[in-house]
Design a protein around this ligand. Structure first.
Ligand SMILES: [Ca+2]
Ligand SMILES: [Ca+2]
Length: 494
C-alpha cells in the first residue's frame, strides 16, 4: 500500500492543482505521503526478506474530491478510484517514479504485479465528468448498489435480476460502474492494459473486483493481454466462500456453459481455512481438517498452483491479531503459507508483527510502516534490526529463511504436493520432485506427538534425516517430536 509504506519524496505529498489537497499523517483517512520512491528505497529490505515480486494497491491517478463514505471525510489513498488511466498518481511520483521503481526492481531480479481495476472508476474521472455516451456506464432508473454477491453468477437456479445487480450494480455511489459491453469502453480498457504492460514492463496483473465485471469482457481482455505478452501472470480477486465459486472464476475442470479463462484467483477458500486451521481446535470438520478438506477440492481448478494464497491483505484483519498474537501459531501459519501449493502473498508489516482488526475501519490495518517516514524515530525503525523487538526480529528471520529457501526450491517452485489425512491434529504434507522432497509437519492438537514414520513411507522412503529450513539443524527422522502448536518445514536428506 504505497501511501502507507514509506515517504521517499516529501515534495510530492500534496499538490495545489489536485482536488484533494489533504495530507495529514495523524488522520487515518488522509493521505500520508508514502510513494514509489519510498518503496524503491527499501527494495533491499524486501529482497532480504525474500520477496520476489511486488503487488501494490493501484498506482494510477486518483484525482478525486474527498468522499464521505461511512459518514467520515476520506481521501482515496487506497488508489481504487481511477481518474486518468494514463497517468500514475503524482503523489506517488508520477510515471517517472513508476518507471524507476520497475527498473530498480527488475535489476534486483524482482517482478511487478500491477493492480487492475476494470470494474469501476472514480466519479471524477475525466471520461465520467464528460461522458462520451450515455451507455458508457451501467445506468439504472435509480441508484443501484451491487449486492456484492457472487452466488447468482454461479447458481444454476439464479434469477436474471440477481445476476444483473451483482455485475451492473455500482460498488459505491462514487465508484462508477463501467459498461464493458459497450465496445468503446472495452477497447479503451484493453488498449490501456496492453499499453501499461508494455510502457512500464509490468510482469503481471492482479485484477480487482473480478466477478463484478462483465464475464465476456474479462475473457476478452485476458486473451488480448496473453496474446501480446504470453509470459504474463494474471489472477483475479474473487472474494468468495467456496472452492466451487472460486474455481468458477478461473480456468477450471467443470463442465459448465460459460468458462472463465483467468489463470488463477486470490484464493479465499484457502485463506478462510488457513485461519480456521490456526484458530479452531482440531475436530472432525474443524481446525486443520478444514484446510485439508478445502485443498482436497483442488480437482476443480485447472491449475491450483496459479492461485495466490495469503493470510491477510489490505482488506482483512492483520493475521497476528486474528490468531490472538500467538507466536507459535504465527510461525505455523507462515510455514503453511510459504510451502502450500500456490503463490504466497505477504502483506507489508506481517514480518514485523504489525497488528490490528478492521474495527472501526480499514485504516486500522493500513498503518504506516514504522521507519518509513523521515522523522520516524530510529528505535522504531523496523527496516533495521536495531528497530525491531526480539519477537519482531524472530518473525522477520523466520519468514526470510523460508522465503529464501523457497526461491531455490524446485520441489516448492514447480514440484507436486501430497497431503496426508490429519491424525490427532498432526498435519503432514510434502512438496516434491525428482531432486528434492520438502515436508511441512504441524501439530495442531493438544498433545505431544512422535510421528509414526511407517505411515508416510510413500514419500519418505530412502530418507533418514531432515534439515529444518528455518534453523538449519539436521535431525534423524526418528528423533522428531512435536509439542502442541509446533510446526516445521524440513528438507528430507538421505
Ligand atoms: Ca511523498
Ligand atoms: Ca460491474
Amino acid at each position: 500500500m504505497p501511501d502507507r509504506f514509506s515517504n521517499g519524496d516529501p515534495s510530492n505529498d500534496h499538490f495545489d492543482d489536485m482536488r484533494d489537497k489533504g495530507h495529514d499523517r495523524d488522520n487515518p483517512f488522509d493521505r500520508h505521503g508514502g510513494d514509489l520512491k519510498g518503496i524503491q528505497n527499501h527494495l533491499g529490505y524486501l529482497d532480504e526478506l525474500g520477496v520476489t515480486t511486488l503487488w501494490m494497491t493501484p498506482v494510477v491517478e486518483n484525482d478525486m474530491a474527498r468522499t464521505t463514505e461511512g459518514g467520515v471525510s476520506r481521501s482515496t489513498y487506497h488508489g481504487y478510484a481511477f481518474t486518468n488511466h494514463y497517468q500514475i498518481d503524482k503523489r506517488l511520483g508520477g510515471n517517472t517514479a513508476y518507471h524507476d521503481l520497475v527498473q530498480a526492481a527488475h535489476a534486483k531480479g524482482m517482478k511487478i504485479i500491477q493492480d487492475a481495476v476494470y470494474n469501476h472508476v472514480g466519479n471524477d474521472h475525466w471520461f465520467i465528468r464528460d461522458m462520451p455516451m450515455k451507455d458508457w456506464v451501467n445506468q439504472w432508473p435509480a441508484y443501484t448498489n451491487t449486492s456484492y454477491k457472487d452466488q447468482p453468477l454461479v447458481d444454476p437456479y439464479a434469477a436474471a435480476i440477481d445476476k444483473k445487480v451483482s455485475v451492473d450494480g455500482w460498488f459505491t455511489p462514487f465508484l462508477v460502474d463501467l459498461n464493458q459491453r459497450n465496445p468503446y469502453v472495452s477497447n479503451f480498457l484493453i488498449q490501456y492494459a496492453i499499453w501499461a504492460t508494455e510502457e512500464f514492463g509490468v510482469d503481471g496483473w492482479r485484477v480487482d473486483t473480478y466477478f463484478y465485471s462483465d464475464p465476456v469482457f474479462l475473457n476478452k481482455i485476458n486473451d488480448a493481454l496473453l496474446k501480446e505478452f504470453p509470459a504474463l501472470t494474471v489472477f483475479g480477486e474473487a472474494w468468495v466462500q467456496t472452492v466451487t465459486n472460486s474455481a468458477y472464476f478461473c480456468e477450471n475442470n467443470m463442465n459448465i456453459p460459460f468458462k472463465h479463462n483467468c489463470q488463477g484467483v486470490t484464493d479465499f477458500p484457502v485463506y478462510f481455512s488457513l485461519v480456521d486451521a490456526l484458530k479452531q481446535s482440531y475436530g472432525w470438520n474443524e481446525g486443520v481438517n478444514r484446510l485439508y478438506q478445502v485443498l482436497a477440492q483442488d480437482l476443480l481448478y485447472k491449475n491450483p498452483m496459479r492461485n495466490c494464497i495469503f493470510l491477510t491483505n489490505h482488506d482483512l484483519d492483520r493475521i497476528y491479531s486474528v490468531i490472538g498474537e500467538d507466536f507459535d501459531k504465527f510461525k505455523m501459519g507462515m510455514n503453511l503459507l510459504l510451502t502450500l501449493r500456490g503463490i504466497p502473498q505477504l502483506y507489508y508489516g506481517d514480518e514485523v508483527l504489525m497488528k490490528n482488526f478492521k474495527d472501526p475501519s480499514d485504516a486500522e490495518v493500513r498503518k504506516d510502516f514504522p521507519g518509513g517516514w523521515p522523522n520516524d524515530k530510529p528505535k522504531d525503525n523496523r527496516f533495521i534490526k536495531e528497530g525491531r523487538s526480539d519477537k519482531q526480529e524472530e518473525a522477520f528471520q523466520h519468514i526470510s529463511r523460508l522465503a529464501q529457501f523457497r526461491k531455490n526450491s524446485t520441489a516448492i517452485g514447480s514440484g507436486k504436493m501430497m497431503q496426508y489425512l490429519p491424525k490427532d491434529g498432526l498435519y503432514v504434507y510434502f512438496r516434491y520432485d525428482q531432486q528434492q522432497t520438502v515436508m511441512t509437519i504441524s501439530n495442531t492438537g493438544d498433545k505431544k506427538i512422535k510421528p509414526d514414520w511407517s505411515w508416510y513411507q510413500e514419500r519418505i522412503k530412502g530418507f533418514t534425516q531432515a534439515r529444518n529450513v528455518v534453523t538449519g539443524k539436521v535431525k534423524a527422522l526418528s528423533e522428531i517430536e512435536l509439542d502442541p502448536k509446533e510446526s516445521y518445514v524440513m528438507e528430507l536428506l538421505k
